[in-house]
Design a protein around this ligand. Structure first.
Ligand code: SAM
Length: 300
């Protein structure tokens, strides 16, 4: 590594000037200019010389430079063509870096990364200072995939990290928390002020660590339908669970009486608010209401 890392305000300015670049807001480009934040991200992911890293959006290489110093191999996926020559030139000393000009939302990672295609136990970690405009779709895509990652260490907007990490009976708890917790254990590793970015975003950030569970907390026949059900149940947060279920299933007399029996059998008080339900209660409710869902789908 050169005397001064890329993740400093002066080097970042220098590189942007040297290559005649500016940050594109539309691609969520905010460059990190604080090495201590990056080192905390590496520590959180336990990155060492045995780790294979997938980096999303390397930009001009602030995080990439720290990763290639310690990781076994780094695959860095960048959508913006302008950064490819920058990364190739500024990080040319590192033979363990592969820069890939692809959209992370469409690339087939198993086709590009041999350690995924022929996985033989390597530790795979996803690390990123995420482009905020597509934080949720990226995370959902990775969680839904069969990529054998151990954990993901992701910088994102603080409020989104709080929603993803939230548990029941909190304001931030919702369908997003449930979608994430079903597959990963969630921990907020650090809160990051907006001042460590160039340009500074309008919001503070947080680093969220998501550790893949060996089994989902709730096993359902159709994950997408489960997520849709949970989302619909959270539609009116201030209303009771019963009123939300009325909106989901309609107010037909027979359906109402079936729903009330189901809730009684599950020991769930209909007067509770949706945010008080645990993921396993949502799982049981989803399974038990499947026949009602099939009926309402047929009548719609
Ligand atoms: N990692 C750098 C850093 O920490 O300074 C840059 C982070 S910046 C917040 C997000 C980066 O993601 C940008 O370089 C942007 O071009 C890239 N990006 C945006 N959308 C992308 C996508 N769909 N696939 C891959 N990279 C993307």
């Amino acid at each position: 590594m050169r005397d001064k890392p890329i993740a400093t305000p002066s080097r970042t300015r220098e590189i942007l000037r040297k290559y005649g670049l500016d940050a594109k807001k539309s691609l969520g480009q905010n460059f990190l200019t604080d090495v201590s934040v990056l080192n905390q991200m590496l520590d959180a992911g336990g990155i060492d010389d045995q780790t294979v890293v997938i980096e999303i959006g390397p930009g001009i290489g602030a995080l990439t430079e720290q990763l290639v110093e310690v990781a076994k191999k780094v695959y860095a996926f960048e959508i913006d063509q302008r950064f490819i020559p920058v990364l190739e030139e500024e990080l040319s000393d590192y033979s363990n870096l592969e820069v890939i000009h692809q959209d992370i939302l469409t690339v087939e990672l198993q086709e590009v990364i041999p350690e995924i295609k022929h996985h033989s136990g390597e530790r795979i970690v996803v690390v990123a200072n995420l482009p905020y405009y597509i934080t949720t779709p990226i995370i959902m895509r990775l969680i839904a995939s069969s990529i054998p990652f151990d954990c993901m260490v992701l910088m994102m907007q603080k409020e989104v990290a709080e929603r993803m990490a939230a548990g029941p009976n909190t304001k931030a708890y919702g369908s997003l928390s449930i979608a994430v917790m079903n597959h990963c254990q969630q921990d907020i590793a650090l809160i990051v002020p907006r001042t460590v970015f160039n340009p500074a975003p309008n919001v503070d950030s947080a680093v969220l660590c998501l550790t893949r569970r060996s089994e989902p907390l709730v096993k359902v026949d159709n994950e997408e339908a489960f997520q849709t059900f949970v989302k619909a149940t959270f539609q009116h947060r201030r209303k009771t669970l019963w009123n939300n279920l009325m909106s989901v299933f309609g107010k037909d007399k027979t359906v109402k009486s079936k729903l009330s029996i189901i809730l009684e059998q599950l020991g769930i008080d209909p007067k509770r608010r949706p945010e008080s339900l645990t993921i396993s209660e949502f799982g049981h409710l989803y399974e038990a209401t499947s026949p009602l869902r099939d009926c309402s789908e047929k009548t719609n």
